[in-house]
Design a protein around this ligand. Structure first.
Ligand code: ITT
Length: 207
């Protein structure tokens, strides 16, 4: 899905690209996905930008909010990523609250355990889930665009693997036997929710 708030959004010109995220795992993945196309990804962490409060109710809304805040703080076109794990038997939770389920300071083993406990308590045998990623771009002239990607799979317990970040060690994509946590980064990048969103963004905004 591409929700273009612009009649015809400008092209993204290869060069420096401000990644409006404070999550180092996302920065690494956005680098791997964009740098082969001529971009040099600079993150909000490197620029010391403030982290805005995520007050919207959707992935796309929060992605736009983060891109807008970084664009205003830097004066540069900004790319943000709002993403999360939506578990079918939990009615889509933790969804936009995926980072918040890890508490402060963030502890993703605890977040994965919380998902597993909720699944057990639900009594459901359905362990299906999906990762969702909304990528938003905000330009200094006020134009904006959002692109969403998903990957469907199953949750396993206990967690397996130390690659990736967040909930990767409990997620097995459909058709795979190993978790994203056990998978080489290039292979995850060929099938992930983030890669699906990047593909749509590239088709719309890159020459
Ligand atoms: P920013 O807002 O600064 O970008 P964040 O970590 O707070 O960083 P989100 O609010 O979008 O980002 O939270 C998304 C969470 O969902 C993230 O912290 C991960 O735990 C999880 N997540 C998203 N994509 C993931 C992926 O590819 N693999 C594993 N977990 C992922």
């Amino acid at each position: 899905m591409a929700v273009n708030h612009a009649e015809s959004p400008p092209r993204l010109e290869p060069g420096p690209l401000l990644a409006a995220t404070h999550n180092q795992g996302k920065v690494e993945e956005l680098k791997a996905l964009f740098e082969p196309h001529g971009f040099r990804v600079v993150s909000a962490i490197e620029l010391g930008l403030d982290e805005p409060e995520e007050t919207e109710a959707t992935f796309a809304g929060n992605a736009l909010l983060k891109a807008r805040a970084a664009m205003r703080a830097s004066g540069l076109p900004a790319l943000s990523d709002d993403s999360g794990l939506a578990v079918t038997a939990l009615g889509g939770e933790p969804g936009i609250y995926s980072a918040r389920w890890a508490g402060e300071p963030r502890d993703f083993y605890r977040a994965m355990e919380r998902v597993e406990d909720a699944l057990q308590a639900s009594g459901s045998a359905d362990r299906s889930a999906k990762f969702v990623c909304a990528l938003a771009v905000a330009w200094p002239d006020g134009l904006e665009a959002v692109f969403e990607g998903e990957v469907h799979g199953t949750l396993v317990w206990p967690p397996r693997g130390s690659q990736g970040f967040g909930y990767d060690p409990v997620f097995v994509a459909d058709g795979e036997t190993i978790t994203f946590g056990e998978m080489a980064p290039d292979r995850k990048h060929a099938m992930s929710h983030r890669a699906a969103a990047v593909k749509k963004l590239r088709a719309a905004l890159l020459a």
